[in-house]
Design a protein around this ligand. Structure first.
Ligand code: SAH
Length: 571
């Protein structure tokens, strides 16, 4: 629960606003502020105080106990220009809350002062990879901007590191990224990339101790750090073998099961009869290690057997593979324009990347969100294929890449040319965005309430005959139609032609919505009809949504009935 506290009329109005926006998350604390702060501090996980920071600090001071347990506190000034994360930035969630509060008041800015968030430097412990050695000293140097030498045995898909962290930096501290079992030097932190996979086989009843001893000795033989272990892998028939399950649990990694038929197809140096007869593949340990590690993996330790107790038979086998570090391509839709229609997930992916690829005007839209040190590869209109190739090439080189597009990046945009180029040796993540048709529909009313289709009128890459055929089919099928790329200076006859095809099946009074720059500066929403639409009102910043035969204008809004019988019955 978020406790809301205010002392003045303006503050009370602001509390009303938050309470209305977040009815289930907020509780008002009226009355004298000292009592209100004390009560809210005891009862809520977070507080928003419409009070000066000084007053809030004095009221909070006697209440503070432990930074892991105290609530997060955000202070907002009387004019609602600043939302200050005052207390509990990380653990109390005040940094994130300051962002959310600021979004509720036009012109209000979040003020965040904790070091990692303020400077955009990724905390070494926030990457999801184990880290050891001089973590505090290296983090401090990263934040202070003093040189940190980066030592890496390969390109790993890390987020952007600040410019003071570099291979040629000359300083007292260094950051090593490696899966090798080296002891950190003084002043060195080591990040452990998850590159090691261990394939394991076991006879029924093999003990976890026997499996663990075997794995430890195999990793030691290859000089690999157990902290870089990504997974244990075995054949499906052994997925429930208690010794394997317990070993994976103790190592803190998943136990992945592969089908015998898939393992049988992996070429290995040491196939044998016994597993073929028992589980249907000539190799379990080697094949599972390699398959789990993926394309381009190396087998570093071939199959070895556990040391049996005197007089007993060996019960377990293992083999170790190392994956080629896999680059990461995030295809990110930025939404139609407004910052609050950019999803939190898209924002996270922009900050997860070290390389950003996109059209210059979209890059400008999000530049302030990027971490310092992000490499930006921007290009102009028309360079789509080159952008797609660049993004894929950067990911194949091992980097974490974000390829951006407006609206949804998969709708008449970069996702398809990029994925047509992409190979199986990179990870691909898609982040959906609010596409222009949806942004426009929300402004128009409810035009997409029944079956609908989007059609691009750009005949640069699609022959006009194909476009016309699709428009005619949509007309005959009585689909609501949204036209993208409807009209540009050099392409002015396509829109009237397309509207003409629709008019063969729809009355002249069919509602048509024309939305220019949805959720961007210069936004314009115009509701007209098929008969009255002036194509001169339409340009490349516009989408045009034509209703079906049931679409009506209601109170100035475009409404397509859902067509359910109960609605007809009521009407
Ligand atoms: N990927 C984008 C579409 C790219 S095609 C998306 O999902 O929205 C470019 C066309 O999209 C423009 O010619 C225009 O028709 C439409 N468009 C994109 N953004 C728009 C906006 N904010 N307002 C109105 N139309 C927009």
């Amino acid at each position: 629960m978020i406790g809301l506290i205010s002392a003045t009329a303006a503050g009370a109005a602001a509390c009303d606003r938050l309470a209305a926006a977040w009815p289930d998350r907020t509780r008002r604390y009226p009355g004298p502020v000292a009592d209100a702060v004390r009560a809210a501090f005891a009862e809520c996980e977070q507080l928003v105080c419409f009070l000066a920071t000084g007053a809030t600090v004095r009221l909070l001071a006697p209440l503070l106990r432990d930074k892991r347990e105290d609530p997060g506190v955000v202070c907002v000034d009387e004019a609602r220009r600043h939302a200050v994360a005052l207390l509990g930035g990380h653990a109390g969630g005040a940094n994130a809350l300051a962002d959310q509060v600021a979004e509720q008041f036009p012109g209000c800015r979040p003020v965040v002062t904790t070091a990692t968030d303020a400077t955009g430097v990724p905390g070494l412990d926030t990457l999801g990879w184990p880290v050891e050695g001089a973590v505090a000293a290296v983090s401090r140097a990263m934040l202070d901007g003093s040189p940190v030498r980066l030592v890496s045995d390969a390109v790993h898909p890390l987020p952007a590191l600040p410019p003071n962290v570099a291979a040629d930096a000359d300083g007292a501290v260094s950051l090593l990224v490696s899966d090798l079992a080296v002891e950190p030097d003084a002043g060195q932190a080591v990040l452990r990339p998850p590159t090691v996979t261990v394939g394991v086989g076991a006879s029924r009843g093999a003990s976890a101790e026997e499996v663990l001893t075997l794995i430890e000795s195999a990793l030691a033989a290859a000089g690999l750090s157990p902290r870089s272990l990504a997974a244990l892998a075995t054949v499906e028939a052994k997925a429930g073998e208690p010794g394997l399950v317990a070993a994976a649990e103790r190592l803190g990694v998943p136990l992945r099961a592969h089908p015998a038929a898939a393992l049988a197809e992996i070429p290995v140096p040491n196939p044998s009869r016994a597993p073929q007869d028992a589980v249907g593949t000539p190799s379990v340990a080697e094949a599972a290690a390699l398959r789990e590690a993926g394309p381009g993996a190396d087998l570093l330790v071939p199959k070895r057997k556990s040391e049996p107790a005197p007089g007993a038979a060996a019960m377990a086998t293992c083999a170790v593979a190392r994956r080629r570090p896999r680059g990461r391509l995030a295809v990110v839709g930025l939404g139609p324009g407004a910052r609050d229609l950019l999803t939190p997930r898209a924002r996270d992916e922009l900050r997860r990347a070290s390389v950003l690829v996109g059209l210059d005007q979209y890059v400008a839209q999000v530049r302030d969100l990027l971490r310092p040190g992000t490499r930006v590869l921007e290009s102009g209109l028309g360079a789509e294929e080159e952008r797609a190739r660049t993004a894929v090439a950067q990911a194949r080189a091992g980097h974490a890449v974000a390829l951006i597009g407006s609206g949804d990046a998969g709708v008449y945009a970069m996702a398809s040319p990029a994925l047509a180029e992409a190979s199986a040796d990179i990870d691909v993540v898609g982040v959906p965005g609010v596409t222009a048709a949806l942004a426009a529909a929300a402004l128009l009313g409810a035009p997409l309430g029944h079956d609908h289709v989007s059609i691009s009128l750009s005949d640069l890459h699609t022959p006009w005959e194909v476009i016309a055929r699709r428009v005619a089919a949509a007309a005959a099928a009585d689909l609501v139609v949204t036209f993208y790329n409807p009209r540009s200076r050099g392409r002015d006859w396509q829109l009237p032609k397309a509207l003409g095809l629709l008019a063969e099946h729809r009355a002249p009074d069919t509602p048509v919505g024309v939305v220019r720059n949805a959720s961007r500066p210069g936004e314009r929403v115009h509701l007209t009809t098929l008969g009255a639409l002036d194509p001169a009102d339409v340009d490349m910043m516009t989408v045009v949504t034509v209703g079906n035969t049931a679409t009506r204008a209601v109170a100035g809004r475009m409404v397509t009935p859902r067509g359910y019988r109960w609605q007809e019955a009521r009407a």
